[in-house]
Design a protein around this ligand. Structure first.
Ligand SMILES: *Cc1c(COP(=O)(O)O)cnc(C)c1O
Length: 393
């Protein structure tokens, strides 16, 4: 007979989902109430203002889409782009490529600015492309490219787009809560994120935020949004401030309790402190990784603290290492994607998982498993190097 499912307890240090704070799992298990219940609607308002804090924005249209990060991406593209619109898209990894897919399915023309996997988006190339395409409606880029561990300069890219009168579209799925992000100060018009990366919440929701300028562009559309479910004109009837909260779809009630709790936790810690914690744990981890004889794919100044793409030498079995970490240490790390498949591991230090214990345990486990692979690595020295960072040496 099939019985209840009890997952193993893992330590999640991959590209997401990250470890979920037990407080969030407890919130998830609270009683389900109706999604039009006044108590629920009061909580929805708190979720909106907590998201405004996380995004550092006053945008009224700041809500969680009831589906994962990919749906947030799709929400932004289907609402802002109409057939024939031109959008400049920066691609330096998997997710820039997905933006192109989305734009083209809206009937838009995607002009690509390509950079190497592992590199940051090149500002000069973007400027040149915007100069050559004065009719572009929007500039789209990924702030934190989870496939490579590279950070792009969102503030400068947004400033460039403003110079050319373009809307600014940002993928912040992995950046929100992990590194500095200021939607209003930087002039971002449309942004989407995910719950399962640095917010350390359960997967399945996508916080989004739209500036007034973006809302005007949506209202000025000549054609209907091709997706009924993601059409913000309709969704706003449910989430909007002045709306009567009319039924659009059944909100994922318990998942929203979880998001609420994760945002309360973020606010308790404080955004700046959360960013600083991610930076410190990355520094300690990087010191240990280098002592193990492994290297980073991304140049130091562009590295994401929350996603470490670590290269390994030829002869090391990618699959065997990840399997041993999972089976013996209950530790999940991620494989490389696309151009980096079989060449790197993606080791996440996201949200609740970004802590000293995880850093030290991961270095110990990697050292042990790599020794089986014939690598001459000194796990004790790696742990010592990380501990020295925590000790402030
Ligand atoms: C994870 C991720 C997505 C997709 O989010 P899902 O929740 O998996 O749909 C999009 N962009 C980036 C940068 C991501 O890391």
């Amino acid at each position: 007979m099939t019985t209840s499912f009890h997952p193993p307890e893992r330590c999640l240090m991959g590209p997401g989902p990250s470890d979920v704070n037990p407080r969030i799992l407890e919130a998830l298990s609270r009683p389900t109430i109706g999604h039009l219940d006044p108590a629920f609607i009061a909580m929805m308002d708190e979720v909106k203002s907590l998201l405004q804090y996380a995004f550092q924005t006053r945008n009224e249209l700041t809500i969680p889409v009831s589906a994962p990060g990919s749906a947030g991406m799709e929400t932004v593209f289907v609402n802002l782009l109409e057939p024939g619109d031109k959008v400049v898209i920066c691609a330096n990894g998997v997710f820039g490529g997905r933006m192109k897919e989305n734009a083209e399915r809206c009937g838009a023309v995607a002009v690509m600015v390509e950079d190497e996997w592992g590199a940051t988006v090149d500002l000069d190339k973007v400027e040149q492309t915007l100069t050559e395409n004065p009719d572009a409606k929007a500039l789209a880029f990924v702030h934190a490219e989870t496939s490579t561990g590279a950070r792009s300069d969102a503030e400068s890219l947004a400033a460039l787009a403003a110079k050319f009168g373009c809307l600014v579209i940002v993928d912040a799925v992995t950046s929100l809560g992990g590194i500095e992000l200021k939607v209003d100060d930087w002039g971002i018009d449309a942004i989407y994120s995910g719950t399962q990366k640095c917010l350390s919440c359960v997967p399945g929701l996508s916080p989004v935020s739209f500036s007034e300028r973006a809302v005007e562009a949506i209202k000025a559309r000549k054609s209907k949004v091709q997706s009924w479910f993601l059409d913000l004109n309709l969704v706003m009837g449910y989430w909007g401030a002045e709306a009567k909260r009319s039924y659009h779809h059944t909100a994922p009630v318990n998942s929203l309790y979880a998001l609420h709790e994760s945002l309360v936790i973020l606010k308790e810690e404080g955004l700046e402190d959360a960013w600083a914690r991610h930076a410190l744990n990355h520094q300690a981890f990087a010191a240990g990784i280098e002592k193990l004889g492994l290297s980073f794919v991304v140049a130091e100044e562009y590295r994401l603290p929350q996603l470490n793409a670590v290269g390994f030498p030829d002869g090391v079995s990618d699959a065997a290492v990840r399997a041993a970490l999972l089976e013996e240490f209950n530790l999940e790390i991620g494989a490389g994607l696309g151009a980096l498949a079989g060449k790197v591991w993606r080791i996440g230090l996201m949200g609740y998982a970004s802590n000293q214990t995880n850093v030290l345990n991961c270095l110990t486990a990697l050292g042990a498993v790599l020794a089986d692979q014939g690598m001459d690595c000194d796990a004790a020295a790696a742990v010592a190097a990380a501990r020295a960072v925590y000790a402030g040496n």
